[in-house]
Design a protein around this ligand. Structure first.
Ligand SMILES: [Zn+2]
Length: 68
């Protein structure tokens, strides 16, 4: 069984989706569901920050992206 991991907004911590194995599972309010492969990007519905989720290798800490 694949382990599941939460993908949360880097800014406000809102749940963006659930990572199952190498697929990202995204669910919206009215029973819309998507399963996508990485890398994925999405805009947080809370703070509108663009979040990116990449392959899981070194995802424990963020890579050398520029931050404001
Ligand atoms: Zn957010």
């Amino acid at each position: 069984m694949h382990s599941e991991r939460e993908w949360r907004c880097e800014e406000c911590g809102k749940l963006m989706g659930i990572l199952k194995g190498d697929r990202l599972h995204i669910r919206f309010a009215r029973s819309h569901e998507y399963r996508v492969s990485l890398p994925a990007a999405g805009i947080c519905r809370g703070c509108h920050r663009l979040n990116e989720l990449r392959e899981q290798h070194a995802s424990a800490c963020s890579d050398g992206k520029l931050r404001n």
